[in-house]
Design a protein around this ligand. Structure first.
Ligand SMILES: Nc1ncnc2c1ncn2[C@@H]1O[C@H](COP(=O)(O)OP(=O)(O)OP(=O)(O)O)[C@@H](O)[C@H]1O
Length: 235
């Protein structure tokens, strides 16, 4: 589903991402981990054509993302709050996204029902604009919108960040439901090694823009990741 060829991103001659080759097959849940500045968000942004690569390309279903609009019809994503429309209420925002994606009112209601426990009576009916929601609640709106309209591919940057522990567990369950029932391909960056090993079948570690490990998740993976980052901390 995703293919990367000779991808490089540099700022002022400093290379921050260098991925010669990588493939993410359809249906895979792919986790991206790495310390601050490793290049995770840069990679996600290039995959979504939000920034241009300095060299190389990302293909989604064989189309270069910077040369095609096709992939946008089946790709959902939430990178940060800039994806939201801050002067709308959450209700208005979901209606707006539904219109763009051709989601009926019935399907929107069904989708939002799934998120009711995660939203925890904090999102709807509060007469608040998105800009007035807490960071965690903005994240919930963004992730729910990314999953709206039956996307085949979903990219999420640190979806668990700013969520309370109960919400993290609820979000994990929702993602697992989309994996099992809808075979969505997920690309998820996270600093939470527990969550990422639980929801991903493959984890790539980025270090200074390079892939240093590409792991098929097993029951030993959490320990392997903990050991890897522990070594970096000198522990
Ligand atoms: N516009 C920019 N100009 C210069 N350098 C940039 C720019 N955007 C990103 N970088 C650099 O690229 C590198 C990778 O950043 P990136 O945000 O992708 O890391 P990350 O792995 O997502 O980090 P974090 O875990 O802190 O979110 C960093 O060194 C960052 O300073």
């Amino acid at each position: 589903m995703i293919k990367i060829n000779n991808l490089k991103k540099s700022y002022k001659q400093i290379t921050v991402l260098d991925v010669p080759e990588m493939e993410i097959p359809e249906g895979q849940s792919f986790g991206l981990v790495g310390n601050n500045g490793a290049g995770k968000t840069t990679l996600l942004r290039i995959m979504l054509d939000l920034i241009r690569a300095s060299e190389g390309e990302v293909l989604i279903d064989d189309d270069a993302v910077n040369n095609s609009e096709e992939w946008k019809n089946f790709t959902g994503s939430f990178i940060d709050e800039k994806f939201l429309i801050s002067y709308l209420t959450p209700e208005e925002y979901f209606q707006f996204i539904s219109k763009i994606r051709g989601v009926s009112k019935g399907d929107l209601d069904q989708h939002l029902n799934l998120f009711e426990p995660l939203f925890n009576d904090e999102i709807f009916g509060k007469k608040k604009y998105i800009r007035d929601l807490s960071k965690g609640n903005k994240k919930k709106v963004g992730v729910a919108a990314a999953l709206l309209g039956d996307p085949k591919l979903v990219l999420l940057d640190e979806p668990f960040e700013n969520l309370d522990p109960t919400s993290q567990i609820r979000l994990k369950k929702i993602i697992q439901q989309f994996q099992a029932e809808k075979s969505v391909t997920f690309v998820i960056s996270s600093h939470d090694l527990n969550h990422v090993t639980e929801i991903c079948e493959r984890i790539v570690i980025l270090d200074k823009g390079e892939i240093v490990k590409d792991i098929k998740v097993t029951e030993r993976t959490l320990q392997e990741l903990t050991d890897y980052f522990g070594e970096h901390a000198g522990i």
